[in-house]
Design a protein around this ligand. Structure first.
Ligand SMILES: N[C@@H](CCC(=O)N[C@@H](CS)C(=O)NCC(=O)O)C(=O)O
Length: 302
């Protein structure tokens, strides 16, 4: 094949990467507007601070939900020091690029957290790091016995490394890219199905990810793989998710937990208003300040 016929096969046809990449225009597709090739703040704005020891700055995406599930589980287990304020960071509006947010997460991604129960306060970013931090701080949901702890960490790290292929790979090209491209959709559908098969095989003989105990590994994996099994990207038929019946069993098991039901509502900005609690500052917010209730009061929080 000559260079020219190869270039004709490229997408768009004739595209040949330049010797040096330059940022000429947004790449197109959903969310392209917030992408930049540099890091750092775009505007000066401090983060709000509430009255609780733990301040969370997040949004109800799968990475955000991992942490709100953990905090709700800790509270349900009686760790009252896990009380938290959850502030909404609207990533579509660029809130992650405020100077205050960049100070606590130079990577400008939700979730990020500040533990103000210690002096000076500790910043924590990366959802996996936040889960481990909270598990160690409260001595919960991370077994201490070496074999079980290692298995929990194995699956937690598996999630952190694997989910970007599902979200940034499959989800992006299947649902968000400006046009459909067979090559990346095939590549990432293959990888997504391989990962679902990994989970299915493991969950055939294990009740939870780390064995017989519910841990931060379940909390990390469920938001991503639970949603790909149920509704993410409208791709359930495409991926034949019905094939993964052990994953299906586990998805229902985790979804049935009361703390999970609460955690998935926090900082959620999509779905029905009755499923959203935009900000959480008190346990009573679930009864008083759900978005359907706030809207019925003309936008006023109780
Ligand atoms: N590895 C990170 C990923 C965080 C992440 O990708 N967050 C997304 C939302 S799910 C985000 O904040 N995106 C905003 C942006 O890219 O500007 C973690 O697990 O915390």
């Amino acid at each position: 094949m000559t260079d020219q016929t190869q270039a004709d096969d490229n997408q768009p046809p004739g595209y040949v990467p330049s010797r040096v990449w330059t940022w000429d225009q947004p790449s197109g597709g959903q969310f392209a507007g917030i992408n930049r090739p540099v890091s750092g703040a775009t505007h000066d704005k401090a983060l709000p601070v509430g009255r609780h020891p733990i301040q969370l700055y997040s949004m109800g995406t799968p990475n955000g939900v991992k942490v709100t599930i953990m905090l709700e589980e800790l509270l349900a287990a009686g760790h009252s020091d896990a009380e938290y304020d959850a502030w909404l960071i609207r990533i579509g509006d660029g809130d992650q690029f405020s100077s205050g947010f960049v100070e606590i997460n130079p990577n400008s991604k939700i979730p990020a957290m500040v533990d103000r129960s210690v002096d000076p306060p500790i910043r924590v970013f990366e959802s996996g790091s936040i889960l481990i931090y909270l598990a160690e701080k409260f001595g919960a949901f991370l077994p201490t016995e070496t074999r079980k702890r290692t298995e929990t960490m194995n699956w937690l790290m598996w999630q952190m490394g694997s989910a970007p292929f599902v979200g940034g790979g499959f989800g992006h090209f299947f649902a968000y890219a400006p046009f459909k491209m067979e090559y990346p959709i095939n590549r990432y559908a293959m990888e997504t199905k391989r990962q679902l098969h990994v989970l299915d095989t493991h969950l055939a003989t294990n009740e939870y990810m780390a064995g017989d105990e519910y841990t931060i590994a379940d909390m990390a994996i469920w938001p991503w793989y639970g949603s790909i099994m149920r509704d993410a990207y409208g791709a359930q038929e495409f991926l034949s998710v019905h094939e993964y019946r052990h994953v299906d069993r586990w998805v229902e098991l985790i979804a049935g937990r009361e703390a999970v039901k609460r955690g998935r509502m926090v900082n959620r900005t999509f779905g029905g208003p009755e499923t959203q609690l935009l900000e959480r500052h008190d346990a009573s917010d679930f009864e008083k300040n759900r978005e359907d209730m706030v809207q019925a009061r003309g936008g006023r929080r109780a």
